[in-house]
Write a protein that binds this ligand. Sequence first.
Ligand code: UDP
Ligand code: MG
Length: 315
Amino acid sequence: MENSTIAIVVPCFNEEEVLPQTNQQLRALLDGMMRDRLVGEGSYILYVDDGSRDRTWEIIAGYSEADALVRGLKLAGNVGHQNALMAGLDTARQDADVTVSIDADLQDDINAIPEMVKKYNEDCDIVYGVRRKRSTDTFFKRTTAQLFYRFMTSMGVKSVYNHADFRLMSRRAVDALCQYEERNLFLRGLVPLLGYKTDQVFYDRLERQAGESKYPLSKMLSFAIDGVTSFSVKPLRLIFDLGLIFLLISLGILVYVIVALCKGNGVQGWASLMLSIWFVGGCVLICLSIIAAYIGRIYTEGKHRPRYNIEKYVK
Ligand code: UDP
Ligand code: MG
């Protein structure tokens, strides 16, 4: 399997500040790998512009015009990191034997890529980039991310700890991935389901080289909800458990009310009654919202909408 064509897929959303650095480093790396004959001559970098509102696309188009190693794919609107990545992989699998997906901000150490390719040459279909430590992330980012992983595991979603979307995939792995037709994409949960031989490469997480995080807390939260509701039905079982507990509590309240009535001081029960009405009401609402999340999923999946529409593909 020597000398395979590799495509480095980079989703970009408003990344004008970091792109020059990213391109320079990725280019140099790819050039080096080609010189060392680690990858084939037709290898390239594919930037996917996820409906950026700044000059990201102009920059990408400029690079691809001047440079045979660079290609650009412009999506017709902002579809989010996961869908943009999928658009890139789907496009790259047409002529690349291997794809490596990496964020535009250079937080993932690009020097791990040659190591990934070596593992691929040793017959691995999927190689995960795994962070050794997270000391360069802010305290907030680090703890929320760890909470996120723990939450996912407790909800029964299989995912690789401390692995984001920095990974190598062989063409047949990407082909298999493209057969998952769901709209609520959570690639970190999907890829382990493919079943191909996997390995890991460890690296130190670096700082974002320029620009700001495109994942504010609100996006991270919806990402986590997507992750759980598209992979696990555990929340549905939790409703059942909660219902049982509530039955027990209401039994207790019933006993209390009867005892109070027998003693002739019924008015005292008013407070506990009001409290439990509100308490139960709140919990019912929470349960309903969990069910609503699943119904929402069924609703979007049932539509079978296309994940993205491509506006341009330049080589
Ligand atoms: N991104 C994207 N579409 C979006 C949001 C983000 O393509 O709607 C890209 C972004 O350009 C970057 C990657 O997803 O390449 C990861 O985003 P970021 O580095 O901001 O996330 P963080 O590392 O802070 O979690
Ligand atoms: Mg980042």
